[in-house]
Design a binder for this molecule. Structure first.
Ligand SMILES: [Zn+2]
Length: 152
């Protein structure tokens, strides 16, 4: 089989475990703050200059689409760590990588540390202690400039 026809395994193997980890560790950080929709937009645009931030009022779940380069934020989800989670989805192409896989976790840890929600060291340590997979090569990967280059 030619390499280009090999499909990666995209099963979202650590989704539930990662959500539990975020609730128990990341969301409890004191710098995880409640934000207005405008503040969410400003935060999202720091890391993805072209992302569309939609008012998800009335929706149950926050959401993100890499393909459409957008995030949707119900009221309850307007907090630093959830906005960064959704932004991370717009930086990792879900056609090639599992939604909450090692690459995604790496990107998110990078974003969290840039906002001082933990450090790369503390967050990576916590991720590994929770037996989650992380690809450290993605922590400081310039995923957002790649994204913006592609859209130019
Ligand atoms: Zn997610």
């Amino acid at each position: 089989m030619a390499p280009h026809s090999v499909k990666p395994n995209l099963r979202d193997f650590q989704r539930a475990k990662f959500y539990r980890f975020e609730e128990a560790v990341i969301q409890r950080h004191p710098l995880n703050q409640l934000l207005s929709l405008d503040q969410c937009r400003a935060l999202a645009h720091k890391y993805n200059a072209t992302v569309l931030v939609k008012d998800g009022r009335g929706r149950r779940h926050a959401g993100a689409s890499y393909e459409d380069n957008l995030i949707t934020l119900p009221r309850w989800s307007r907090q630093t760590t959830i906005v960064l989670h959704e932004v991370a989805h717009t930086l990792v192409d879900s056609q090639y990588y599992p939604h909450h896989g090692a690459e995604f976790v790496g990107v998110l840890i990078g974003l969290l540390s840039r906002e001082l929600v933990g450090t790369v060291e503390s967050n990576t340590g916590a991720v590994l202690a929770a037996r989650l997979k992380i690809d450290i090569n993605w922590i400081f990967r310039d995923a957002f400039s790649q994204r913006n280059k592609m859209l130019r």
